[in-house]
Design a protein around this ligand. Structure first.
Ligand code: NIG
Ligand code: FE
Length: 391
């Protein structure tokens, strides 16, 4: 068994509240020991006998945080929509319709092109501290293109999500129910070997609540776990549907009524906020303070996609949450790590308590506050995943 000691950690964030009663579970002058891919020991510098370690790393007083868990991305696509972004920044508004442009480009792309593009985005995300990533299909929208999108995603992550219900493709514009039948039947069958989750874009210009209920329950019946894009573009019944079906997470939730918040507070469903989308579509941010006050579990994710949020950078997302949504730096860090893990119903990542995966970043600084206080500056020095350095 190999033991790696990381000592002289100025500030260690574990997200283990049993350590100090705070949600970040912070230890000063800390050390950790990794056994194979897991956290084996957490304590103070100098406490662990050096005779028992094979390797040691001096963190030089820097801060270590858990790896980011990005629970919401759309990284399987071809091309980009830079022209749409330019027009939007000049005053055009965002609509679900732009997705169809990416669908055309994705259908025309080979598996190799899709994999190379997704690998580029994964590696970009990893170098900014992300160690667990969810990835959706949703730009294929045929049986074959959804299945190959998910088989590509599966080469990069186990957290794969079937989003055949992203929008109604143009060839089904006049027969929407037939498309829902296809998603619930042959398309679902074809993606099952590659998908862990099922998701629906339940919103204006996409799928209504009844369609979403049918699609999610079909997926659940086949053994997939459910999550939902809800209330991004307007207020609708998506959040209530998500709670009714016990989905792991409702995502975006930019338009929330008091009843939605009360329903979330009583549930085990996480509210995943995606500030990169409001930032890049110049839309109103969700009111995170109401969610926190009600005791709802809040995650932050990138929503990385070529339309509404073309960033894979979790420190940027956290900085926007702090600057524009009144998260504290501590809430932003927790939501981007343990919150994301809860949105994926994962207990082995998003924290650095004993037995967790040794997934973490060593910052260039001694304080996690700098991640949001110094926006746009690369403060991630080293990234470790499953006990090995990957960046
Ligand atoms: O999460 N909301 C739906 N889907 C994506 C946008 C996809 C696109 O514009 O290409 C989102 O924002
Ligand atoms: Fe999304």
């Amino acid at each position: 068994m190999s033991h790696t000691l990381i000592d002289n950690i100025g500030l260690l964030v574990t997200n283990d509240s049993s350590i100090d009663g705070s949600s970040l579970g912070v230890v000063e002058n800390a050390a950790i020991v990794i056994e194979n891919s897991l956290i084996k020991w957490v304590g103070r510098t100098g406490e662990f006998s050096r005779g028992d370690v094979d390797d040691s790393v001096d963190a030089l007083g820097r801060c270590i945080i858990p790896g980011f868990v990005d629970s919401h991305t759309h990284m399987i696509f071809a091309g980009d929509r830079g022209a749409e972004f330019r027009a939007r920044m000049q005053g055009e508004s965002y609509s679900a319709g732009g997705i169809k442009r990416t669908v055309e480009l994705t259908r025309a792309a080979s598996n190799d092109v899709l994999l190379t593009n997704a690998r580029r985005l994964f590696s970009e995300a990893m170098s900014s501290g992300t160690t667990t990533m969810e990835c959706k299909s949703g730009y294929g929208l045929t049986v074959e293109d959804e299945a190959r999108s998910l088989s590509v995603a599966r080469q990069l992550t186990e957290e794969t999500t079937f989003l055949g219900a992203h929008v109604i493709p143009k060839e089904f514009a006049d027969s929407q129910d037939d498309y829902v039948d296809l998603v619930c039947g042959p398309m679902l069958e074809a993606v099952l070997p590659h998908a862990k989750w099922i998701d629906v874009f339940c919103d204006r210009g996409a799928f209504n609540v009844d369609q979403a209920r049918r699609i999610l329950t079909s997926g659940i019946a086949k053994g997939l776990q459910a999550r939902l894009h809800a209330n991004q573009l307007e207020h609708g019944g998506g959040v209530q549907l998500g709670v009714e079906l016990g989905v792991a997470s409702v995502d975006h939730v930019s338009h929330l009524s008091d009843a939605d918040i009360a329903a979330l507070a009583k549930s085990t469903t996480v509210a995943t906020l995606l500030p990169g989308a409001e930032f890049s579509t110049r839309s109103t941010y969700p009111d995170a303070r109401r969610l926190f006050e009600a005791g709802v579990t809040v995650a932050l994710a990138s929503d990385c996609n070529p339309g509404s949020s073309y960033t894979s950078n979790m420190p940027f997302v956290m900085a926007v949450a702090v600057r524009d949504m009144y998260f504290s730096p501590e809430q932003a860090l927790w939501s981007a790590t343990k919150g994301g893990a809860q949105a994926l119903r994962r207990t082995d990542v998003g924290h650095l308590a004993l037995g967790a995966k040794a997934d973490f970043s060593i910052l260039k600084t001694d304080s996690y506050i700098h991640l949001t206080y110094r926006p746009g500056v690369q403060l991630i020095d080293e990234v470790w995943r499953h006990g090995s350095r990957i960046h």
